[in-house]
Design a protein. Sequence first.
Length: 452
Amino acid sequence: MDKGFPISKKASQVIARLEECGYEACAVGGCVRDALLGRVPQDWDIATAAAPEETIRCFAGCPALETGIRHGTVTVLWEGEPFEITTYRVESGYADSRHPDRVVFVRRLEDDLARRDFTINAMAWGPSRGLVDLFGGRADLAAGRVRCVGEASRRFREDALRILRGLRFAAGYGFSVETETARAMHGQQGRLRLIAAERVYAELDRLLTGGDAARILREFAEILGTVLPEIAPMRGFQQNNPHHCWDVWEHTLHALAASGPDRLVRWALLLHDSGKALTYREDENGVGHFPGHPAVSERLADRALRRLKSDTETRERVCRLVKLHDIPAQDDPRFVRRWLHRLGEADFRRLLQVKRADTLAQHPAYQPPRLAMLKGLEATLETVLRGRECFQLKDLSVNGKDLLAAGYPQGPLIGRALRFLLDGVMEGRLANERQALLTAAEEWARRQAAGR
């Protein structure tokens, strides 16, 4: 670390090499922001007056990848660690609200910083100049504020994804969004429809895991609705049910606030009640009910995540949590084994997190018994896992070879028999002991042969 600024030794060496070659260089952007916040940057981005070919010559002998050379970026492997080194540049003409039509390399750091999105990302540090903060980024960090560099509307016209990026910073750092920046976000939100779905999804994914995501989603719900229209019917939809004290959207936000940062849990909670408006029914007393809303919400979640082009694994696991969020839970080892078998440990734990957050977002009068049951269920889960109880085929004390040796014919009957044995063990009807299972399998086979 350099005295006075917490830059890594290797990053400092990379900067020193560039300056020895006669080119100004500095750490820039998010790494400077995070260092000033007392966080360890994930990587150190270096900006320099050197043109890409000059950077390559400067690091002759080091592996160098022309990863983004059209935009001035060369990745240099320095003592085993990759560093992105980018030439100072200015950009112009964003016809698609996504990419600059023209990139021009420049020699002045000041010009490079002026093109950046937010003041907290427009700071640089170098050994010769110290901290370079032309736009008040350090003051905005201290105030907990997201503010655009220069004219906010122009920044968002250049790249509309900056709207979600700014909200992601606010959610992640617990910052507010400066008034003019917020106004420009709302004014330019329609341009988000021009952004590739994958880029939108990536920003939403990171926004949702922020510690202050619920507050930001509440304040900027209209913007979220531009890219996730499934939330629009939730906003202001009254539930008219004694178990709930908020409309569907507020309930959703309270559930998000009550959950941990797991991304699958957050996505599931965001969409778990998206189908309520489509399933609402009132009984003769005017009490609202939502028959079948988990299945409808699952379909809406699937549609949303397909449109956003999320990866298949995320979509399937989130949709499964949405579908199951309202199943009646039981503090019973049989229930635990059954759902461990269906979901696996990780997603069963996620389902319990979803149910706990959902409960904490309901009327306080109804929470205690549900929370007590979930607490007991979580304890039962730990007991089942500690006891290495059987909830998968591989946990059975017999396998297909054992059944073949006992006289079973090769074929699908073996798989059906093993499934019967596993169900019996999980439900507590059978002991997971070799001889007991072989006897049960023999009896089951006789019943199958007799057509029972």
